[in-house]
Design a binder for this molecule. Structure first.
Ligand code: GRF
Length: 215
């Protein structure tokens, strides 16, 4: 487990499933490529592997089941109140499939990674293998991943960075997903590190990373 230091950006990670993305971020921290302190992992589902990954690293976890809340607003309030309680400055969605409404004090402080080149194959219902199946059926020759700020529309907030990967003629949703995930494992830690270093500025929908991310 890494020792939190005051210079590390305090982060909450939101997940719903396997925790592969969380695991990748924790590996990046371990390799000293990512200066964040993951203070809290929030899951929308009980008994998922992502919770185990957090616990194995000594990270506190909280489960918020949507069925326990009367409305999306109540659910979102609970999630962000927990983030405030842990004094996090950035919320990182990592395979989190629930819609949450972003409160004013978390505008431009919530990010997500989506496994396509937004604005293609995104929006409500586009998650997991559905995204890759749709890309293959459409016949695109490039897919990839997109890191973006989260606003109150699905997969819509300002785009921070994208990486493209080829779609091969014989790809299945699984083989394409694996290729895209490799790109995600590079891109997400790099973007989060840029945010931690104060290198990301936003003007309207346009996001600038200075100096730019390297390949
Ligand atoms: C990735 O495809 C990512 O693009 C999306 O969720 C998937 C990772 O989820 N946001 P997980 O870490 O395997 O649970």
């Amino acid at each position: 487990m890494s020792v939190p230091s005051p210079s590390r950006l305090p982060v909450a990670v939101l997940l719903s499933g396997t925790g592969r993305t969380l695991q990748n971020l924790l590996q990046s921290i371990h390799r000293n490529n990512l200066s964040i302190d993951v203070r809290l992992v929030i899951s929308s589902h009980a008994d998922v592997r992502g919770i185990d990954v957090a616990r194995e690293h000594g990270i506190g976890t909280q489960v918020f089941l949507p069925k326990d809340y009367g409305s999306t607003d109540d659910y979102s309030d609970a999630v962000f109140e927990a983030c405030r309680g842990s004094r996090v400055e950035l919320v990182v969605m990592a395979g989190f499939i629930r819609y949450v409404k972003i409160p004013d004090d978390f505008q431009l402080r919530v990010i997500n990674i989506h496994p396509s080149l937004i604005p293609a194959f995104c929006g409500k219902g586009f998650y997991g293998s559905r995204v890759h199946q749709a890309a293959i059926e459409y016949g695109v020759k490039l897919s990839g991943c997109t890191v973006h700020f989260v606003d109150n529309e699905y997969d819509h907030g300002p785009i921070i960075a994208q990486r493209a990967v080829p779609v091969e003629p014989d790809d299945s949703a699984d083989t394409l997903a694996a290729r895209v995930f490799q790109a995600e494992c590079q891109l997400y830690p790099a973007v989060i590190q840029a945010i931690a270093e104060g290198r990301v500025t936003v003007t309207g929908r346009c996001v600038r990373v200075t100096p730019p991310l390297t390949e």
